[in-house]
Design a protein around this ligand. Structure first.
Ligand code: 2PG
Ligand code: MG
Length: 404
């Protein structure tokens, strides 16, 4: 137990070069924590606001004038108290006054200080009662970028290698191998084409949606043979991004809701998808349920924009059996306490959780601890780029610590 003796908030940059915030919390004992908050591009309509009006400068002013004085003397190792204080200082339903990224950075920085205070790794401080740290998450590694994360790519946002070895080093190696082979294949098939990388480090190439899935599935099969590691294709369609006036508008086709359910179900079977995030737009709880009924026995159906890590929205999804999994992003909801409530609700109803990065990330590893401590089925954190590798490397470190 130790009170907060000082705290600070500073402006830093995320991996897209956009400003974000990082918080520092110092306890009376001398233990300290520092954490930065990431930002999304395909943000769900129901997420908390990352920054107050006025952006990062306004967040810094509000922190200095309102948040820092209130944190002084508060029990910094009591996560629930810190997070409740952040809510009461904000007073809005969506952190629009102090900013969700300020809340995230402070909340995580306190948890890190708490871990230091106890002399334990962060994941243990966050660990749910049923978690002993022996089961490692699968890796959902984004290998080809589209949608809002890539200019000139497919409409589907993320083409994912879903590697589910119980050994983190095998899953990480398999996801990285899929990324590398995919690059080689793209160079071979599009020899005159300059290839780029998108916001999450995946390749960007002028491919149609289905040819891109086909290529990903082929490469995953090769890596399965080569490394003997279970790695399968997955998608984050981020379907809200191309849903307009009741229709899913791809470059190649326009589908109504039933057409989209049938199209995605066919993709699952044809290409052996094992990971399917946001295949439908963010209000379609019932259409999600129809799709999950059809394919939920053979793939994870994951709600991201659908739930935005929000307990109430997840409750609606559970009632309707919308999905069998939920994506967990701390800064969608603002604090670790809110995040853990959603994790616990998912666990109580048998839904898997997948802990996720954002497209604009900070080069820190704390997300791997959130994944391990919450018993997540998967860690979605990309494959390449220092900010993605920071999380993979941290998971590898945790894997080694666990075995020694
Ligand atoms: C997503 C995320 C992360 P963003 O849609 O799942 O991959 O993207 O951070 O842009 O919301
Ligand atoms: Mg998503």
């Amino acid at each position: 137990m130790s009170r907060i003796s000082s705290s600070g908030l500073a402006s830093v940059y995320d991996s897209r070069g956009r400003p974000t915030v990082e918080a520092t919390v110092v306890l009376e004992s001398g233990s300290r924590g520092r954490a930065g908050a990431p930002s999304g591009a395909s943000t769900g309509a129901h997420e908390v606001r990352a920054f107050p009006e006025g952006g990062v400068p306004a967040a810094l002013t509000t922190f200095r004038e309102t948040v820092a004085p209130a944190l002084l003397g508060v029990e910094g190792t009591d996560q629930a108290t810190v997070d409740a204080l952040l809510h009461s200082l904000d007073g809005s339903p969506d952190f629009s006054r102090i900013g969700g990224n300020t809340a995230t950075a402070v909340s995580v920085a306190c948890a890190i200080a708490h871990a230091e205070e106890k002399g334990e790794p962060l994941w243990k401080v966050l660990a749910r009662p049923t978690v002993d740290g022996s089961r490692f998450p699968a890796i959902a590694g984004n290998c080809l970028n589209g949608g809002r994360h890539a200019i000139g790519g497919p409409d589907i946002q993320e083409f994912i290698a879903y590697a589910e070895s119980p050994r983190p080093e095998e899953s990480v190696a398999a996801a990285i191998r899929v990324h590398a082979l995919l690059g080689e294949e793209l160079h071979r098939r599009l020899p005159k084409q300059a290839l780029g990388r998108g916001d999450e480090g995946g390749w960007v190439a002028p491919l149609g949606n289905v040819p891109a899935i086909e290529l990903l599935a082929e490469v995953c099969a090769r890596v399965r043979d080569e490394l003997k590691t279970p790695v399968h294709p997955g998608l984050d369609l981020a379907a809200s991004e191309f849903f307009r006036a009741g229709q899913y508008r791809y470059k190649e086709q326009t589908l109504d809701t039933e057409g989209q359910v049938a199209f995605v179900a066919r993709l699952v079977d044809r290409y052996g998808l094992k990971y399917l995030e946001d295949p439908l737009e963010q209000e379609s709880f019932d259409a999600f349920a129809r799709l999950t009924k059809e394919v939920g026995d053979r793939t994870l159906v994951v709600g991201d924009d659908l739930y935005v890590t929000n307990e109430e929205r997840l409750r609606r999804g559970i009632e309707r059996r919308s999905t069998n999994a939920v994506l967990i992003k701390v800064n969608q909801v603002g604090t670790l306490t809110d995040t853990l409530k959603t994790v616990d609700l998912a666990g109580a109803h048998g839904l898997a959780t997948v802990t996720s990065h954002r497209s604009g990330e900070v080069p820190e590893g704390w997300l791997a601890h959130v994944a391990l401590g919450t018993g997540a089925r998967g860690l979605k954190c990309g494959v390449l780029g220092g900010e993605r590798v920071a999380k993979l490397n941290e998971l590898l470190r945790l894997g080694r610590a666990d075995r020694t």
